[in-house]
Design a protein around this ligand. Structure first.
Ligand SMILES: [Cu+2]
Length: 146
């Protein structure tokens, strides 16, 4: 049906806008130096993680990841506005607030340790929109160059 197509198109456009905004934030922050962020091509190094937000759940495909660069694709499948925030290891980043059906990208470099992924809108976090993310596996400490 027609609305499905519209939703799909919005999902396709929105992440690009969000990624642009995020790049600006990273530059302004000034600590995003070491990432080797060579060009505009975001499909090469970052691993995509699809995050589904509903009323009021934050669903990750997995809650354990290896350290590295990830692009979280947060999709609001609920009926309320939601956003995704990742906090931990001295980092705090979030997407813009998404209306139902919208999605946004958040690219972040994760280090070993615990992170919390939650919705910063209203009291959604208290309503259950939070999950813990464990980044671990000391596999990259030497050898790989990353
Ligand atoms: Cu929410």
């Amino acid at each position: 049906m027609a609305t499905t197509l519209v939703t799909f198109m919005r999902r396709t456009v929105a992440p690009a806008l969000a990624a642009g905004a995020l790049a600006g934030i990273l530059v302004a922050c000034g600590d995003g130096g070491g990432g080797g962020n060579g060009g505009g091509d975001s499909t090469t190094s970052a691993t995509q993680v699809n995050v589904k937000m509903t009323d009021f759940r934050m669903q990750l495909p997995q809650t354990t990841l290896k350290a590295g660069e990830y692009t979280f694709v947060a999709t609001n499948d609920g009926h309320h506005d939601h956003a995704m925030e990742i906090e931990g290891q001295g980092t705090e980043q979030k997407t813009r607030t998404l209306a139902p059906g919208e999605s946004a990208n958040l690219t972040i470099t994760l280090k070993d340790g615990m992170y919390e992924v939650f919705c910063p809108v209203g009291n959604h976090k208290d309503l259950g929109m939070k999950t813990e993310l464990t980044v671990g596996g000391t596999s990259t400490s030497d050898g790989s160059g990353y």
